[in-house]
Design a protein around this ligand. Structure first.
Ligand code: HAM
Length: 425
């Protein structure tokens, strides 16, 4: 960057301003009501974690760990990474704080920013926000169904258009071993038609082949064995119960045996919500079960289930209900500019009214930019102020902006008069 060039936000990162900030506040309010109503507690974890957490938790064969992490060395030469996702950090916190000793399941939710060094495009950013929910400590299929239903409710309340839910089961890691071998045999038998990337992953992560856009690979995958047809009896029974529960909760889904998620920790139930209102990046939110993750992070064997949804994608595909705006009940204006003879005295009096109004619980603002009286009234009007107190050297005029009336009041009774006026509304 040459000197004198304006500094911009980094590629794929953005400022949250005005209306966007309002829409996000609405999303947060709705998410809190839905999730805390279902017993989820808020959790926030650090933005930086030991790189090892994601290597072990998310998996070294994933795109996230192989290509997308923002990593740095701290002063002691330790490698830290800006969190690319929230599940591994939440499980780390569960282990670190001995949460297995609490009543199970422990339900936690978050709304935080995450970082992935991806090619930036509409709906795909390098710093993005997720709202997420994780339930640890129970493998009851009702945990799966409840978790999915809560995300369905959130998307509905945010007015997300064209929502579809794809659902599958990956089985438990033991039963997956045998299936992996079958799939690997199928891939090797058709190796020549596969993309280079898929060929390179046959040993490490053959399931990802279902995710490929490569024509030859897609053709090979059409005849590939399906995991859903090879679930163990227990896994198939668990999945059947999840589906029955979703049916009674009237959450519509399509079974998609080709559904693969880009993280390695999943076991049993996996799902993804997409929206027709989004382009290429159609995933609004997704998740599933991760029954081995806590143990991978050196905790006691602990089942887990959860999801995360992209805040930007919810807002892009949604029609959020308008944010509640904070009404200005009192605007304190100055009859004279502070630099005029008595202006400084009026400013002191105005500031005192402001402090008094706020301690009485009023939403109050005062003139801070040296506007003319006409300018101040115009500004107060634009703010939607209910009352304006025009503070002069000897007198204060209280103007009712709704009713149009005005009265002269003693400066120390302004707040009282406003409170009385609001009560008679
Ligand atoms: P994920 O599918 O990688 O899952 O991300 C979840 C959601 O985050 C996506 O559906 C998408 O809406 C949003 N998202 C992901 N990457 C980006 C990006 N670069 N720009 C904008 N939005 C993005 C997880 O992260 C898992 N931790 C979910 C989970 C929780 N599984 C179990 N518990």
């Amino acid at each position: 960057m040459s000197r004198g060039e304006k500094i911009k936000a980094p590629r794929g990162m953005f400022d949250v301003l005005g209306e966007q900030a309002g829409a996000r506040a609405t999303l947060e309010t709705r998410a809190r009501a839905i999730l805390e109503g279902a017993g989820y507690e808020r959790i926030e974890t650090p933005a930086l974690e030991a790189t090892e957490l994601f290597a072990r938790g998310v998996g070294t064969s994933t795109d996230i760990v192989q290509k997308e992490m923002f990593s740095l060395q701290d002063g002691g030469g330790r490698s830290l990474t800006l969190r690319p996702e929230g599940t591994a950090p939440v499980c780390r916190a569960y282990v670190e704080h001995g949460m297995h000793k609490r009543k199970q399941p422990v339900k936690l939710w978050y709304l935080s920013s995450f970082f992935r060094h991806e090619r930036a495009q509409a709906g795909r950013y390098r710093q993005f926000w997720q709202v997420g929910a994780e339930a640890l400590g129970s493998d009851d299929p009702a945990v799966d169904a409840e978790s999915i239903a809560l995300l369905a409710t959130l998307l509905e309340e945010m007015g997300v258009r064209g929502v579809r839910l794809r659902l599958s089961s990956l089985g438990s890691s033991e039963s997956r071993g045998e299936y992996r071998e079958r799939l690997q045999a199928h891939l090797r038998a058709h190796e020549a038609s596969l993309s280079e990337e898929v060929r390179g992953r046959i040993a490490l992560n053959p399931l990802r082949a279902f995710d490929s856009d490569h024509e030859g690979t897609k053709w090979v995958m059409e005849s590939a064995p399906r995991l859903l047809d090879h679930l163990s009896r227990e896994d198939a029974e668990h999945f059947a119960q999840v589906r029955d529960l979703l049916d009674v909760a009237q959450v519509a889904y399509v079974l998609d045996p080709t559904l693969v998620r880009g993280l390695d920790y999943y076991t049993r139930t996996v799902f993804e919500f997409t929206s027709d209102a989004l382009g290429a990046q159609s995933g609004v939110g997704g998740g599933g079960r991760y029954d081995g993750l806590v143990e991978t992070l050196k905790g006691p064997p602990t089942p887990g289930m959860g999801w995360a949804a992209g805040v930007e994608r919810i807002l892009l595909a949604g029609d959020p209900p308008p944010a509640a705006t904070s009404p200005v009940e009192l605007f304190v204006a100055l009859a004279e500019e502070p630099r005029e003879e008595h202006g400084a005295v009026s400013r002191l009096a105005a500031f005192e009214i402001l402090a008094e109004a706020r301690s009485a619980g009023l939403m109050a603002q005062m003139e801070l930019a040296g506007r003319s009286l006409k300018g101040q009234l115009g500004y107060a009007n634009a703010l939607g102020a209910r009352y304006v107190a025009i503070v002069g050297r000897d007198e204060t005029v209280l103007k009712d902006m709704q009713g149009g009336s005005q009265e002269q009041v003693a400066t120390d009774t302004v707040v009282h008069a406003v409170l009385r006026g609001l009560r008679t509304l």
